[in-house]
Write a protein that binds this ligand. Structure first.
Ligand SMILES: [Zn+2]
Length: 269
């Protein structure tokens, strides 16, 4: 098996096997085998056997499949869930507890309140705030996901909060009470811990809850460890796996992510 494993790119097989890539490739192999098999049965069978073996080993047989298969599948009328895609937006700097405030204004308010220190171009967390935020993250990380969802609901601008068990992780889903999926925000545990702790801790520095919620997301850029499991965060690209982006995008993002939780904490602009 060692030799087989060496042939397998881990990004496209095993747990990370991309179902859109696999489905599209198996379909292409089947069509090629059928066309050939109509003229020479042996050739058709050989193509089917070799093609399926390569898909199994490498994740795909057609070059550049990861670039087009997710888009192809997204464009198809078949529900995304059939392909193992969870309908969850990748948390970005402006997604989160519900408020969006102009970046310049937000930075000004946070520096003024003593949450951040600004020295020329360099901006950092003020040590007092950093310590308080960290302590609150530690407290929340110890909670069950249900209890964490309750704590997140308390600080978010949302009408309901629920826990959804995904294929790889649990999500805390904030909604507007209508059940409309387009109005939902999906937070992984690490993101929920970071943002809820930030919004709660900021109450000691800022009186305006709109600013507190708006600041919770952008503050994630200052994290160096996963707020949920403590693993050092790594800078990587969503290109690492074709299934890495939950919504098909044209360009991969550079992200700050926890390799253990497989969760994105920040997306670099
Ligand atoms: Zn983690």
């Amino acid at each position: 098996m060692d030799r087989l494993d060496a042939l397998r790119p881990p990004a496209h097989t095993g747990d990370d096997r991309c179902r859109p890539c696999t489905v599209v490739n198996v379909a292409i192999v089947a069509i090629a085998a059928l066309l050939l098999g109509r003229r020479r049965r042996g050739a058709g069978l050989a193509v089917a056997a070799v093609g399926l073996l390569v898909v199994w080993l490498r994740g795909y047989v057609v070059p550049f499949t990861p670039r087009f298969a997710p888009a192809l599948v997204a464009a198809s009328p078949v529900p995304d869930e059939w392909f193992g895609h969870e309908r969850a937006p990748a948390p970005g700097p402006t997604e989160g507890l519900g408020d969006d405030v102009d970046g310049e204004e937000l930075l000004g308010r946070l520096v003024e309140a003593g949450v951040l220190t600004a020295d020329g171009e360099a901006v950092d967390l003020a040590p007092d705030f950093a310590a308080a935020w960290e302590a609150e993250m530690e407290r929340l990380a110890a909670l069950s996901t249900e209890a964490l969802a309750d704590a997140t609901f308390d600080v978010a601008r949302a009408a309901d909060a629920s826990v959804v068990d995904g294929t790889r992780r649990e999500w805390i889903v904030l909604g507007d009470g209508s059940g409309d999926v387009d109005a939902q925000t999906w937070l992984s545990r690490p993101v929920a811990v970071a943002e809820t702790a930030a919004a709660t801790t900021l109450a000691g520095w800022l009186s305006d809850p709109t600013i507190r919620r708006a600041a919770a997301g952008p503050l994630r850029v200052f994290l160096s460890e996963c707020p949920d499991c403590g693993t050092a965060l790594v800078e990587s690209s969503t290109m690492a796996c074709c299934g890495g982006t939950t919504t098909p995008r044209e360009e991969p993002d550079d992200v700050l992510a926890c390799p253990d939780c497989d969760a994105r904490l920040h997306t670099f602009e």
